[in-house]
Design a protein around this ligand. Structure first.
Ligand code: BV8
Ligand code: ZN
Length: 248
């Protein structure tokens, strides 16, 4: 999958570039995706049951066990060449924005400095009632952690039906509207409002690139599609940019 001369030109001209990532960019780190095939995070449960305030209210112990299980998976995993390439691109491209739907912190562990986290971060906790942060709490699922205000402590991630952090969403939307080049990487593009961002960029004139082994809702709108895993497509694209290889 060679990048087109159009894509190489935009990257070599260092135009305003925005990247939106989803669970797929962490798949090659061994972290199951949400809606993928076997082993997907939702295999045993439905998203509404776990990643929702009602689900937490109904069964806080189950939701905490699911997040603790995911935290252990993430701690045993590491960034893959897709994450590492994006950290490289941030260093080289003066006008580069990374927006992620992921909560796994793997972009930061790969060296990305500015990461707009639309859905929070699994390593942070907060009080469900007063939103006080609780960085490092340790507890047994039998004794779920409580805030002094009486509220329950929960992972600091955005659940279904919850608003996204306003500042993060506003910044992501502004950067997407100004993008000349927009990459949608490893996302099925079904979760809103994140899924609006590539369409906003496209409407505002951006060249839209999708990297995903499967077709998605976004594929028909993309100017260029790499039907490949991001762990190999991203390093390949970046290698062409850096080595000045002229595409056919
Ligand atoms: C809100 C954090 C508003 C928690 C997550 C009906 C229509 C439209 C919208 C809605 C609707 N009903 C409800 C809604 C709104 C809802 C929504 O969009 N639902 C969808 C499912 C229809 N959205 C919300 O609720 C949002 N909030 O709208 O609030 C509001 C308004 C007023 C008042 C109050 C509220 C909140 C959404 C955030 C939910 N939280 N995560 C946690 O992680 O535990 S969402 C979750 O899905 C993750 O963040 C994940 O990133 C995200 C999106 O999924 P993807 O990242 O795309 O992952 P997925 O598995 O789907 O796809 C992976 C892709 O990777 C696949 O395409 C696969 O082919 C590809 N892939 C696989 N391997 C690779 C690869 N790609 C590249 N390389 C590989 N190797
Ligand atoms: Zn509290």
């Amino acid at each position: 999958m060679q990048p087109s001369s159009e894509l190489l030109k935009l990257l070599r001209e260092r135009v305003a570039t925005v990247v939106l990532t989803g669970a797929g960019i962490s798949a090659e780190s061994g972290i199951a995706t949400f809606r993928g095939g076997t082993g997907s995070l939702w295999d045993k449960f439905r998203p509404e049951e776990l990643a929702s305030a009602d689900g937490f209210l109904a069964n806080p112990k189950l939701v905490w066990e699911w997040y603790q299980w995911r935290r252990r998976l993430i701690n045993e995993a590491g960034p893959n060449p897709g994450h590492l390439t994006l950290a490289e691109m941030e260093k080289e491209l003066p006008n580069f924005t990374l927006i992620t739907q992921n909560v796994d912190n793997l972009h930061q562990r790969a060296g990305s400095k500015e990461v707009i986290e639309l859905h929070g971060n699994i390593h942070r906790n907060k009080c469900q009632r007063c939103a006080a942060p609780f960085p490092d709490i340790d507890f047994e699922p039998e004794h779920l952690p409580q805030c002094p205000c009486g509220g329950s402590i929960r992972p600091d991630v955005v659940w279904f039906g919850e608003m996204l952090p306003e500042a993060a969403l506003n910044l992501a939307t502004q950067r997407s509207a100004k993008a000349r080049l927009f990459f949608s990487i490893g996302t099925s593009a079904v979760v809103y409002p994140a899924a609006d961002l590539p369409l906003i960029a496209k409407r505002c004139g951006a060249y839209l690139v999708e990297i995903n082994p499967e077709e998605t809702m976004l594929t028909p709108f993309a100017d260029e599609v790499f039907s490949a895993p991001s762990g190999s497509a991203l390093p390949e694209i970046w290698r062409h940019v850096r080595s000045g290889i002229h595409a056919s």
